[in-house]
Design a protein around this ligand. Structure first.
Ligand code: NAD
Length: 706
């Protein structure tokens, strides 16, 4: 248990209570008890008229100590919030930095809230599959109304202090953080002199029943529509706020506690907590320095304005960067810009982007052909055809025209970097930045540590990705890197199962029941089946034994290339994107199998789910065994943000831990006998199976550069 520290000192007739639990003053049961005791001390001291509660190191409380959630020490001690709220001497919250989750709940229990203009507030519990458990669902609706409270609790978003003031959550803003404490002291004295205890618990929830009912219905619809894996928590939030409306405060608090307790140990909440920590861990790469302050990138360039280059340029423009969009000729560069404009225009039509913001972003992107325009860039992303010789020539030119220290990144999805950066004089600043399609939407950037990338350059790639609002995860420079390499066997298996007897509709249904927002065949129809077809033809030309996918090939040869042709694995009514089962596909499957003498059988749903995923787990173990990924959690973060893996399952390896290495290895052995040699348990998986150790215990074999 971490050492907790809540200090109590007296400044004249006002007590100052400082929550000090490094780094961000997270609130565990110990801190909570210590805080309650500090407030009790103020109450018991006749020379004290009021208390100011604040946090150490320029932040209030960034949330509950999530590591302690759901464990044996789930808060059972005295509630600090009750103690503060019921104190007969005023308690004022002085908020700088973050007041998130339990932090905001403490602040809401205080009788007044003063914040710096830079502070951020929020109730983020739903993001980890629970609801606020310290009165947030009971006090917030009384302060801001049902509709806003539900929006805040369900979204888990951070609210900037000025907005919090406009909403009535913060009573007073101070511009100068140095004046925070003094302002809080003055306010506390004034409240004490006036005998003014503004307890939120005593307020009625504003609005009438009809308005409440409408807000609850809207919030339930939002819960049903969520893709964030926290549906249960979003519904539970509605129930808790309903209790705030229907029950007296104390009964509402009891209901909130019950609901919290029912969620905290659920597999969904555990998986969401796991994913949260995996994301935090992924920011740490052995040997990579922490850059403080983080570098900011102002001037960038993208080479190649195709599918990926356009999306990457959009991400950069969105992050406020100037972008030179480089193509082989001006027409091609302008075509790239037109494509970007069309995407933005669709967003404006949908209402998700303002016309002004569209204009601002477009103004940041400049089509160019002359590399001289790149001389002032601090980062360049190459996104030309997947051709090592072409990439090599481009990196040679970039080395000549860019300033020393500029990051030179490749968006290659498969090529190990040494194929095109060996001998480049700027190889220390060359790394992979593998975006996922569509690049302006998907959050993952797989950061490929090149053969000569320095740890400092790697740290700058992470900072660049972060500036774009992306999730960066490091990968070793091997064929296919980590994300696509671990997913390749998944892709193969779900397609082969269709030859053996599964229907595409069955595969898609099983994956969606597992939690994927959409099935893999539906994804194929969106991406276009002709891309995979072309890759298979190339592979077959290189290797006559290459295993093709005859059903998928036949569909493309029939002109069924996916949504863009109105038909692929499904058919689509004109103007609609809704996949409709097509008997023609069933017939194609039957014909191809008959021609090839493949005996079909009914494949149970459990096998449909496990075969692709077990194959991926085995490959991920191989990747970890080779030291190409730092930790299993990194694979999980890649699957979550690159492939839409259901967050309520935590991630590929977390899900695998729920089954166990022995069961997975045993099953793969059986599939090797039944399905062939592509099924080979790798050494690491075999070792885990033998020792009974979980995947989460896999030690890093990542080789940090000196
Ligand atoms: P694309 O064919 O859509 O675009 C490539 C663009 O590069 C074309 O517009 C082409 O005119 C341009 N180009 C070619 N040579 C050039 C040069 N010398 N100078 C400037 N521009 C040049 O391809 P894409 O799908 O955007 O893929 C680009 C890169 O991104 C590839 O390395 C690919 O492996 C990788 N990638 C693709 C995806 C994907 O889903 N499409 C995902 C991740 C990574």
């Amino acid at each position: 248990m971490p050492e907790t520290s809540v200090s109590w000192t007296r400044r004249g007739d006002v007590a100052l209570v400082v929550i000090d639990n490094p780094p961000l003053n997270a609130l565990g049961p110990e801190t909570s008890r210590a805080l309650a005791a500090a407030v009790a001390r103020s109450e018991a001291d006749p020379s004290v008229v009021a208390t100011v509660v604040t946090g150490a190191r320029d932040t209030f409380v960034a949330g509950a100590d999530i590591r302690q959630l759901g464990g044996p020490s789930t808060p059972v001690g005295e509630r600090a919030t009750d103690r503060i709220d019921l104190s007969d001497k005023p308690v004022v919250a002085a908020i700088d930095g973050f007041a998130i989750g339990g932090g905001l709940e403490i602040a809401l229990a205080c009788h007044l809230r003063i914040a710096t203009a830079r502070a951020e507030l929020g109730l983020s519990e739903s993001l980890i599959g629970v609801i606020p458990g310290g009165g947030g669902t009971q006090r917030l609706p009384r302060l801001v109304g049902v509709e806003r409270a539900l929006e805040i609790v369900q979204s888990g978003r951070r609210i900037a202090a000025p907005e919090a003031q406009a909403l009535g959550i913060v009573d007073r803003l101070v511009d100068d953080p140095a004046a925070l404490e003094e302002t809080a002291f003055a306010k506390a004295r004034r409240l004490a002199a006036a005998g003014d205890l503004r307890r939120i618990r005593d307020l009625p929830v504003p609005g009438d029943e009809a308005a409440h009912a409408e807000a609850f219905a809207a919030a339930r619809r939002r819960a049903d529509a969520t893709k964030a894996g926290n549906r249960k928590a979003l519904h539970a939030a509605v129930e808790a706020v309903e209790a705030a409306c229907a029950l007296p405060f104390a009964a509402g608090m009891a209901r909130e506690s019950e609901i919290f307790a029912s969620l905290v140990g659920s597999p969904e909440a555990k998986a969401l907590r796991y994913a949260f920590f995996a994301e935090r861990e992924a920011r740490k790469v052995p040997g990579m320095p922490k850059l403080d302050p983080a570098p900011r990138f102002a001037a960038g360039a993208v080479i190649g304005a195709g599918t990926m280059g356009s999306g990457i340029a959009m991400s950069m423009a969105e992050a406020g960067m100037g972008v030179k969009l480089v193509e082989t000729d001006m027409d091609a560069a302008r075509r790239g810009l037109s494509r970007i404009e069309a995407t933005y225009a669709a967003s404006v039509a949908r209402g998700s982007l303002s016309a002004d913001e569209k204009a601002r972003r477009l103004a940041r992107i400049e089509p160019v052909v002359d590399y001289a325009a790149l001389s002032a860039c601090d980062v360049v992303v190459e996104a030309v055809f997947e051709d090592a010789a072409l990439k090599c020539s481009i990196f040679d030119r970039l080395a000549q025209v860019t300033q020393p220290g500029a990051l030179l990144l490749s968006n290659t999805s498969t090529l190990p970097l040494d194929l095109f950066v060996g001998g480049n004089p700027r190889a220390a600043d060359v790394a992979g930045a593998h975006f996922f399609s569509p690049a302006n939407v998907m959050k993952l950037v797989e950061v490929v540590d090149g053969p000569q990338t320095t740890p400092a350059a790697l740290a700058r790639v992470f900072a660049f990705a972060r500036q774009l609002g992306k999730v960066a995860v490091v990968a070793g420079s091997c064929d296919g890197f980590v994300a696509n390499r671990s997913r390749a066997p998944f892709q193969t298996e779900y397609q082969l199962m269709v030859e053996e007897g599964a229907a595409p509709e069955q595969v898609d249904r099983v994956m969606m029941e597992f939690g994927y927002p959409i099935g893999p065949f539906m994804v194929g129809d969106i991406a276009g089946l002709d891309i995979g077809y072309a890759v298979r033809k190339l592979n077959l030309a290189k290797d006559p034994d290459f295993r093709t996918l005859p059903i998928a090939d036949r569909l493309v040869e029939m002109g069924r290339k996916g949504q863009k042709t109105g038909a692929g694995w499904y058919r689509y009514e004109p103007g609609s994107r809704k996949p409709v089962s097509d008997p023609v596909v069933a017939q194609v499957i039957e014909d191809v199998c008959r021609e090839r003498g493949i005996a079909r059988r009914a494949i149970p749903d459990a096998e449909v789910l496990r075969r692709p995923l077990f194959a991926a787990v085995n490959e991920a173990c191989r990747i970890l065994e080779e030291g190409m990924a730092v930790r299993p959690g990194d694979v999980d973060v890649m699957w979550l943000h690159g492939f839409g893996f259901p967050r309520q399952q935590g991630g590929l390896m977390h899900w695998a831990d729920g089954i166990g290495a022995a069961a997975i290895a045993g099953q793969i052995d059986m599939w090797r006998d039944a399905l062939g040699a592509r099924w080979q348990v790798c050494d690491l998986l075999r070792e885990l199976a033998r020792s009974g150790r979980p995947f989460s215990s896999i030690e890093s074999r990542w080789r940090a550069k000196p």
